[in-house]
Design a protein around this ligand. Structure first.
Ligand code: PMP
Length: 306
């Protein structure tokens, strides 16, 4: 294991990485009944800081609601645990993965008396779609798999089981030589990536699928909307985007805690714009990295300093 990490927080205790294990009859393993988050800590100009931790924590608790899952820790306890986890391992820059899941007790689909286990891990993780991706953009494939409709599962809850769809779409794309997928919703409109929201730039304005398009309410999506509006861009955040509009976009980019702001330079056989990172994407990507690396004083409320 090349990662220089040795500790995981598990149900209230710090345990050795190798001891952070569960029973094979864990409910969440069989039925996908876990909810989780992916969060980044940046080594900023003002010291290490977790980006939008409070919003991620709120989404984690919100994600438990449809499943009647009770996290037995207060948000403040999870915050303290995470800060301590990072400090103990000298992690100034990390990807943080909190998860709550139905554990081991009985194996009916009804979780019955299954406990809700909560763990938090953190490790160094570079650019999710590759370092070159941030600069040059990526080639993506419109997946033959559709997103689950929000009438079938709550797509705004970040639930482990839903990620089989992400895996199918992403691996299909990679098998075909692309870096990532774009997934359409049941209506055939653009939803999101397997782990990213998507933005389209046309005639100097931004468009992103609305929350009713079966997407996750991404925190980076919200960040980019804010940054764009502050820079005078019109942002249409309640739209439907048809598949064909991808082809005629001036620019496209993905957002996500893992993917950050990744330009898309080709969709299927079609080059987007001039086939490289476009100027609006570049400006907003720069604004994003200036923000998260604290080269600005803007939005200090979005940072939890270690
Ligand atoms: N959509 C999906 C399906 C995701 O898994 C993610 C990553 N959490 C996103 C969008 C982006 O969300 P965020 O910006 O909050 O990381």
């Amino acid at each position: 294991d090349e990662m220089d990490v040795d500790t995981i927080w598990m149900d209230g205790e710090f345990v050795d990485w190798d001891d952070a294990q569960v029973h094979v009859l864990t409910h969440g393993l069989h039925y996908g009944t876990g909810v989780f988050e992916g969060v980044r800590c940046y080594d900023t100009e003002k010291g290490p800081a977790i980006f939008r931790w409070e919003e991620h924590l709120e989404r984690l608790y919100d994600s438990t609601k449809p499943y009647d899952m009770e996290i037995s820790f207060e948000p403040e306890e999870l915050t303290e645990a995470t800060l301590e986890l990072l400090r103990r391992q000298d992690l100034n820059e990390a990807y943080i993965r909190p998860i709550a899941f139905y554990g081991y007790e009985s194996l009916g689909v009804s979780p019955g008396d299954c406990p809700t286990n909560v763990t938090i891990a953190a490790w160094p993780w570079g650019a999710y779609l590759g370092e070159d991706a941030l600069e040059n953009g990526i080639e993506v494939m419109v997946s033959s798999w559709r997103k689950h409709a929000s009438s079938q599962v709550p797509t705004n809850a970040k639930t482990t089981g839903l990620y089989v769809n992400s895996l199918l779409a992403g691996e299909e794309a990679r098998r075909n030589g692309y870096r990532e997928a774009i997934v359409l919703n049941k209506e055939g409109n653009v939803a999101e990536g397997p782990g990213e929201n998507i933005f389209l730039v046309r005639d100097g304005e931004l468009y992103t699928p609305g929350l009713s398009e079966s997407i996750l309410d991404g925190i980076t999506r919200n960040t980019l909307i804010t940054l764009a509006e502050e820079r005078g861009y019109e942002v249409h955040e309640n739209t439907s985007i048809s598949r064909g509009e991808l082809n005629t976009a001036d620019e496209l980019f993905f957002t996500g805690s893992a993917a950050e702001v990744t330009p898309i330079r080709q969709v299927d056989n079609v080059e987007i714009g001039n086939g490289s990172r476009g100027p609006v994407t570049e400006e907003l990507q720069q604004a994003f990295f200036d923000l998260v690396e604290r080269r600005t004083d803007d939005h200090d409320e979005w940072f939890t300093y270690l």
